[in-house]
Design a protein around this ligand. Structure first.
Ligand SMILES: [Zn+2]
Length: 202
């Protein structure tokens, strides 16, 4: 199984959370309304202010690609009305009706999906990895993220099945030789190399 870094946030629930017994779908969300780099702790506060027991999503992916823990993974989330009992919720910080997700968010989202699909034996396809808008009438996760969902599912399949340390190094070399090295590219390369390290040691 692939490994990823999840930053623990130790957010506390205000009441008892039920355990989820079935996990066969992953739902992708965005912040919406404002294109801000919201943390899991901030979202936890917003959701508590609405009277919820705690943050509704299981994961938050910040603009720099950091994956933060939201609601405990084994519990039923509060992110997709009527579908929470069998789904995991991933939130990418930003308003993707207005802005595009960062390269690091796309990459880390694909890695997280690969990890979760592997862990729960979920097929990595468009029937099981969906946008919030596939389940109900909403803009979420925003047109600039939703339009990348196919790419993200493709990348997740690569991370799940095709990636080897050699393949990751090749990918890094391709990125380095094709692109001017800006901060985004550097971070993407770092994420890939961190991932290669995980592959080498496991
Ligand atoms: Zn949503």
């Amino acid at each position: 199984m692939i490994k990823i870094n999840i930053k623990e946030t130790n957010l506390k629930s205000n009441s008892y959370l039920n355990e989820r017994t079935i996990t066969d779908m992953i739902v992708i969300h965005h912040t919406g309304e404002r294109d801000i780099d919201a943390s899991a702790a901030e979202i936890d506060q917003w959701h508590k202010n609405q009277g919820w027991t705690m943050i509704g999503y299981h994961f938050v992916i910040r603009k720099n690609g950091t994956i933060e823990r939201g609601r405990p993974e084994y519990t039923i989330g509060s992110h997709a009305y009527g579908e929470n009992w069998h789904t995991l919720g991933i939130h990418l910080s930003g308003d993707f009706e207005k802005a595009k997700p960062t390269d690091q968010q796309v990459e880390m989202c694909a890695m997280l999906i690969a990890y979760l699909c592997d862990k729960y034996n979920i097929p990595t396809d468009k029937n099981h990895i969906v946008g919030h808008c596939d389940l109900m009438s909403t803009d979420c996760p925003g047109k600039f993220l939703y339009s990348q969902l196919k790419t993200i599912i493709g990348k997740a399949n690569w991370y799940r099945y095709q990636s080897t340390p050699d393949a990751v190094i090749k990918e890094v070399i391709t990125i380095q030789s094709n692109s001017p090295i800006d901060e985004n590219i550097k971070l993407k390369i770092k994420a890939l190399l961190d991932y290669a390290e995980v592959l080498f040691v496991t």
